[in-house]
Design a protein around this ligand. Sequence first.
Ligand SMILES: NC(=O)c1ccc[n+]([C@@H]2O[C@H](COP(=O)([O-])OP(=O)(O)OC[C@H]3O[C@@H](n4cnc5c(N)ncnc54)[C@H](OP(=O)(O)O)[C@@H]3O)[C@@H](O)[C@H]2O)c1
Length: 276
Amino acid sequence: MSDIVIFGGAGFIGAKLKTVYPDAAFPLADIADQATVSKIFDAGKPSIVINAAGKTGRPNVDWCETHKIETLRSNVTGPLVLLEECQKRDIYFVHIGSGCIYDGNGNGAGFTEDDQPNFTGSFYSLTKAMSDKLLAPFPVLQIRLRMPFDDRDGPRNLITKLSKFERVLDVPNSITYIPDFLSALETLVKKRARGIYNVVNTGAISPYEIMERYKKIVDPSHSFSKLTLKELPEVVSAARSNCILSNAKLKREGIRMLSVEEAIERALRAMKLDKH
Ligand SMILES: NC(=O)c1ccc[n+]([C@@H]2O[C@H](COP(=O)([O-])OP(=O)(O)OC[C@H]3O[C@@H](n4cnc5c(N)ncnc54)[C@H](OP(=O)(O)O)[C@@H]3O)[C@@H](O)[C@H]2O)c1
């Protein structure tokens, strides 16, 4: 039996975690079902639990607006159940959180882990901000991601998602290159780090700029136009977080994240090779 239990293995991030922890157990259990979680822990006796389960909505977070109970159960109740069951057994608990709990650029320097969440404009973000705050006083490692992407085409990959949009937002944002996230996670887990970490690449880039590079590198025939923040409500029902996070805390741990430009370029070049 593996020493690591990972929840959410059928999801986008969970599948990526399988590449780093191939021997982990990936139970397909409801994380909010305390009796089941307790049984899994008693049977497997893990020393590490990673939570990559949660409701993110299909096709997008607008779904959470009309499925609030399911979203609350998975994004708040579930993490609290895992916390309690891990605390009882002294299990190291790692929770995949989100940077989509901020709006703005944190006075120009990017929001740090100490800044209070200031965006609850969607029910999804509200639940992620709540779990972030509720877990914060406990010895839990929280990894905040932001619009994850790599070179693998897929409906959850930021680059693939943007390539399907006719109009693309021109607001700079933090983003997370999945290979950088996976190696940061591995390093933090090895150190048994606790607390919150913004796991984002250095700098900021707008979705529009990403598509300009996509057109140049991957598909010169791709066409799209600019969407301003003011026009965003024309294409989504719930508000969206647009924010820049600081990764200075990660750097202080000696963890290097590529610049957003380098990470996007790397993913696009590999994507192009795959397509040709
Ligand atoms: N992808 C992003 O853009 C992004 C960005 C920042 C943070 N995150 C966070 O990263 C985590 C994983 O996201 P993801 O992109 O991998 O989402 P995903 O592709 O939707 O995967 C989440 C998985 O969790 C499962 N799940 C939902 N509720 C559950 C519950 N109560 N018990 C057990 N499993 C449950 C889902 O199953 P069903 O499909 O059956 O619901 C799905 O298989 C989430 O917490 C998300 O908030 C994601």
